[in-house]
Ligand binder design. Structure first.
Ligand code: PEP
Ligand code: MG
Length: 572
C-alpha cells in the first residue's frame, strides 16, 4: 500500500515499523482548600524548577550530540517555562479558582494553544508543539509519570508516532531509528527541523496512517517524495535499496559543502542563494547551505486566502526571514508579482486575452498604490532587521522604475515622520525579464543597485512562447543564442556600471546552463534550495577560465541542441 504525506526530511529508509504509544496524561480537577493555596503554588514552582533542570540537561546533550542550533530549541522551551505570562496565568488560576496545579496548567495551556491556532501564521501555529511539550513535562513531574523512554528500541526501525515532540526527537538514537513517520506536523515543526538536521528521512502529516499500521509491518519511507509504502513488493524493495545507496553516496559528498565557499579552483567567487515563497522555505534554504535569499516571491503571502494580507502580517513574514539570515546574508524581497498565471480571486482583476502581456506585477502595483504602499511599508519596516534588499518585478520602462521609486520615497517619508525605523540605505534592484530592458540594460544599470535576470519570463517574451503552453514548449529555449546574447549584454552592462547581477529564473539552477553563466560572469545564482549543493559542487571543480572558454564557444553556436551537447561533453 502506498500513502502520501509531507516530505519533512529527504532520503530513504527501509525497515520494520515501531509504534510509539502515546503515554496519555490524565488530569483530574480538584479544589484546593484555601489554607493550602500557598503550598500548591510552591508545588507548581518546584515542578517548574525540575523541568528547567531537565531541559538544561537535554539542551546540553543535544548540543553535544546534534548541534548548537538544535540545542537552542530547548532554550525556547526554557523561555516558555520562565515566561511570566504563562506561569503567572497558572498561579493566578490556582489562587483565584482554588484549582489544583495540574488543572490550572491544562487550562492555561489550552488557552494559549487556542490563541496560537487562531493565528494565520503556520510558523506560530507550529510553535504550539513547544508549548505542549513544556506543559507535558510539567505534568509528568507533578504526577510522577516517568518520561516515556525510547530505549526499548534495540534494532533498526522506522518510528511511527501520532506526533513527535522535540524532546522525543532529541532522544532518538540515529543508529536505531532509520526513518520517522508522524500523523501530524508540517515541514517547520521543530521535530521536522531536527529530523532534517539529524538526517533521518521523515514524512509527516500522514493523517491517520499511524492508526492503520501494525508493529513489525515492513515499510519504505521515501522522505524525498513524502511517501510511505507498507508491506511493499520485493521489486519495490530492491529498487529503493538502489536509490538509497546512490542517495547516501551523493549526500555524503555534498554535505561537506554546506559551509564551504562557492569558489572556483582558480579563485573566482560567486553567491549561491535560494528562491523562496514563505518563511518556511527559508529554513530549508539554510540547511542546504544558501548564502542568502535571491528571490522572495511575496505573492504567495497573498494567495490561498480571502483578503489582502495586512501590513503587520507581511512585516512578520519578511522580518522572520531577515532575522534567520542575519546581517551577513542578503534577503532579496520582490514586490508583488501578481497577474500572468497568478491571479488573486479577491482582487477583481480584469479578464484579459493575454494575461502574461497584461495587467501584472509592477503595472498593477503602480495602479493600485494602496496595495503597493502597504507592502513597501512592511518591507521597509522589516529592513531594520537583517540585510533586506528590495526588487521590482516586470519593469519595462525607466518611467515605471522611477514611478516605483517615487512611491518608495513617499513611504520612506511617512515612516520617518512616524519615527519608525528602517534601513535608510536599503538597496533597490530590479528584475530583468522583459527583452526591452535587457537591450537597454546600460540605461537601467545607472538607476538601480542590482539586476536579477528572470529567465522564466525573459525566455517566453524573447521567443514569444507562453511559458505555460506545452504546445509551444519547443520554443521555450534557454540555449537559444538570442537569449544567451541578451544575458551576456545584461551582465556586461551591469559590470560596466559597477553593479552586481544575479539570475533568479530556473535557468540559474540548471547544471548545464551553469558553466555558461559562470563563464559570462554572473555574480549570483538564485535557485530552489535543493539545487544549491549540487551547484556548489560544480563551481568548486570548474575553473573560471574553463567556464569562460565554454561561454565563448557556445556564443558562436547556432543550435541550442548543439550547445547542450557541447557543454555536457566538456563537463564530463
Ligand atoms: C522569472 O521570470 O524568471 C522569475 C524568476 O519570476 P517568476 O517565475 O516569478 O515570474
Ligand atoms: Mg518573472
Amino acid at each position: 500500500m502506498e500513502y502520501t504525506g509531507i516530505s519533512a526530511a529527504s532520503g530513504y529508509a527501509l525497515g520494520p515499523a515501531f509504534l510509539l504509544q502515546d503515554s496519555k496524561i490524565q488530569v483530574v480537577k480538584s479544589e484546593v482548600p484555601k489554607e493550602n493555596l500557598n503550598s500548591e503554588i510552591l508545588r507548581f514552582e518546584e515542578a517548574l524548577g525540575k523541568a528547567a533542570h531537565e531541559l538544561e540537561a537535554i539542551k546540553e546533550k543535544t548540543r553535544q550530540t546534534i548541534g548548537a542550533e538544535e540545542a537552542e530549541i530547548f532554550s525556547a522551551h526554557i523561555m516558555v517555562l520562565e515566561d511570566p505570562e504563562y506561569s503567572g496565568a497558572i498561579k493566578e488560576l490556582i489562587r483565584a479558582e482554588a484549582w489544583n496545579t495540574e488543572w490550572a496548567i491544562q487550562e492555561v495551556t489550552n488557552r494559549f494553544l487556542g490563541l496560537f491556532a487562531s493565528m494565520d501564521n503556520e510558523y506560530i501555529r507550529e510553535r504550539a508543539a513547544d508549548l505542549r511539550d513544556v506543559s507535558n513535562r510539567l505534568l509528568r513531574h507533578l504526577l510522577g509519570i516517568r518520561s516515556q523512554s525510547l530505549s526499548e528500541i534495540t534494532e533498526k526501525v522506522v518510528l511511527f508516532a501520532h506526533d513527535l515532540t522535540p524532546s522525543d526527537t532529541a532522544q532518538l538514537d540515529k543508529d536505531k531509528v532509520v526513518g520517522i513517520v508522524t500523523n501530524i506536523g508540517g515541514r517547520t515543526s521543530h521535530s521536522a527541523i531536527m529530523a532534517r538536521s539529524m538526517e533521518i528521512p521523515a514524512v509527516v502529516g500522514m493523517q491517520d496512517l499511524v492508526e492503520k499500521i501494525k508493529a513489525g509491518d515492513f515499510v519504505i519511507v521515501d522522505g524525498s517524495e513524502g511517501k510511505v509504502f507498507v508491506n511493499p513488493t520485493e521489486d519495490l524493495i530492491k529498487s529503493y535499496k538502489g536509490k538509497q545507496t546512490r542517495y547516501e553516496a551523493q549526500r555524503q559528498e555534498l554535505k561537506k559543502l554546506v559551509s564551504q565557499p562557492s569558489m572556483t579552483p582558480d579563485g573566482h567567487q560567486v553567491e549561491l542563494v535560494a528562491n523562496i515563497g514563505n518563511p518556511q522555505d527559508a529554513l530549508v534554504a539554510v540547511t542546504n547551505g544558501a548564502e542568502g535569499i535571491g528571490l522572495y516571491r511575496t505573492e504567495f503571502l497573498y494567495m490561498g486566502r480571502q483578503e489582502l494580507p495586512s501590513e503587520e502580517e507581511q512585516f512578520e513574514a519578511y522580518k522572520a526571514v531577515a532575522v534567520m539570515f542575519g546581517k551577513e546574508h542578503p534577503v532579496v524581497i520582490r514586490s508583488l508579482d501578481i497577474g500572468g498565471d497568478k491571479a488573486l480571486p479577491y482582487l477583481d482583476m480584469p479578464k484579459e486575452m493575454n494575461p502574461f502581456l497584461g495587467y501584472r506585477a509592477i503595472r498593477l502595483c503602480l495602479d493600485r498604490t494602496d496595495i503597493f504602499r502597504t507592502q513597501l511599508r512592511a518591507i521597509l519596516r522589516a529592513s531594520a532587521y537583517g540585510n533586506i534588499r528590495l526588487m521590482y518585478p516586470m519593469i519595462a520602462t525607466l518611467e515605471e522604475l522611477k514611478g516605483a521609486n517615487k512611491v518608495l520615497e513617499t513611504v520612506k517619508q511617512e515612516l520617518l515622520a512616524e519615527t519608525i525605523p528602517f534601513n535608510k540605505g536599503l538597496e533597490v534592484g530590479m528584475m530583468v525579464e522583459i527583452p526591452a530592458v535587457a537591450v537597454m540594460a546600460d540605461r537601467f544599470a545607472k538607476e538601480v543597485d542590482f539586476f536579477s535576470i528572470g529567465t522564466n519570463d525573459l525566455i517566453q517574451y524573447t521567443m514569444a512562447a507562453d511559458r505555460t503552453n506545452e504546445t509551444v514548449s519547443y520554443l521555450y529555449q534557454p540555449f537559444n543564442l538570442a537569449l544567451l546574447r541578451l544575458i551576456r549584454g545584461v551582465i556586461e552592462a551591469a559590470h560596466k556600471a559597477g553593479i552586481r547581477v544575479a539570475m533568479c529564473g530556473e535557468m540559474a539552477g540548471d547544471l548545464t546552463a551553469f558553466p555558461i553563466l559562470l563563464g559570462l560572469g554572473l555574480d549570483e545564482f538564485s535557485m530552489s534550495a535543493s539545487s544549491i549543493l549540487p551547484a556548489r559542487a560544480l563551481v568548486r571543480q570548474l575553473p573560471w577560465r574553463k567556464a569562460q572558454l565554454i561561454a565563448e564557444a557556445v556564443l558562436e553556436m547556432d543550435n541550442p541542441q548543439e550547445i547542450d551537447v557541447y557543454v555536457k561533453q566538456k563537463m564530463q
